[in-house]
Write a protein that binds this ligand. Structure first.
Ligand code: ATP
Length: 192
């Protein structure tokens, strides 16, 4: 799987439609403090289904919607689309496996209403999670290594490192399904 483009409209500081194109190799984003570099990785995290406003450096989820500036009015909606190439059949086990490219979109309105789409078809958050888990990528993608994260990974507990390896190895999908099945079993037991 490769990231192709990231499109942001009304997400955090990106009030106008902004497209970041990822070429093969390393993409570097350079700019002064506070210019919005981390908002780009926040957008990737968000579109992959992050549910914690705190992990997106906000207090509430609505904080991801462009909040206005001196010269611009706040917007009513944030939208992020991540285009991925399906190289080497990364998504082969999913119903989207035959597509060359896969687009994941997330929208959030100020009313609180949100939408998720795969290839412009409305879907559930779970569908996006399942799709990404096939590719070994979760919403808490530790592949996003922010400032200070390197130290944290090196010094963190073995269990946390194991989580990182398992996510990359694609085991997380089965662990998540096991957890889902156990929850269902628990509620069935309650009903009994
Ligand atoms: P640093 O170098 O400190 O990591 P950075 O370049 O990564 O900074 P970010 O932290 O990504 O910058 O961006 C912060 C900027 O985004 C701030 O100027 C902040 O005002 C702006 N911002 C964040 N959320 C919103 C929002 N909802 N609406 C408008 N602007 C926002």
């Amino acid at each position: 799987m490769q990231l192709k483009t990231l499109e942001m409209i009304g997400f955090k500081s990106f009030s106008d439609k902004t497209v970041v194109a990822f070429q093969p190799g390393i993409t570097a984003v350079v700019g002064p403090n506070g210019c919005g570099k981390s908002n780009i990785s926040d957008a990737i995290r968000w579109v992959l289904g992050e549910q914690s406003a705190k992990h997106l450096r906000g207090d509430k989820m609505e904080d991801v919607i462009f909040n206005g500036s001196e010269s611009r009015k706040p917007l009513g909606m944030a939208e992020v689309t991540l285009r991925l190439s399906n190289v080497k059949g990364t998504f082969v086990s999913s119903e989207f496996g035959h597509y060359q490219e896969i687009e994941i979109t997330r929208r959030l309105y100020r009313s609180g209403e949100s939408e998720y789409l795969i290839n412009r078809i409305p879907c559930r958050l779970k569908d996006i999670r399942d799709l990404m888990m096939d590719a070994g990528v979760g919403a808490r993608i530790h592949a996003i290594i922010e400032q200070d994260k390197v130290d944290q990974i090196l010094s963190t507990k073995p269990q946390d490192r194991r989580f990182l390896f398992e996510e990359v190895a694609g085991v997380m999908k089965y662990k998540a399904r096991r957890q889902e099945a156990l929850s269902k079993l628990e509620s069935t037991n309650q009903n009994l």
